[in-house]
Design a protein around this ligand. Sequence first.
Ligand SMILES: [Zn+2]
Length: 117
Amino acid sequence: MEVKPEVNIADLFEIHSNLMAILLFTNTFCNENNLPFVITSLKTDKVSGRVSSSHRDGRAADVSLKYWPEYKIIEFETKVNGIFYDQAAISKSDNRKRACVIHDSGKGRHIHLQVEP
Ligand SMILES: [Zn+2]
């Protein structure tokens, strides 16, 4: 696991335990599939300063999709949304309960992981 320089690594100690469980799952998935695991946003974003409330609350994390082939993105999304359904947050954009959302909120397409309070 790697974090971008703009991510405050101390945030890792203040995130929701269910989000930590998903990050550990992500770490294993990346190791097994030889994919980079790069966290691009946790509670704060030192560069843009713009994060959603789920990030500020320690309930969301963003992971880079750089070097992830499309079929692995789909496999990861399907697995996370199955395994972590009970812990997942409801997306404001479409009211769907999902732990993993693949989206582009203005800083490039990425994995957004989210858990309910
Ligand atoms: Zn996010």
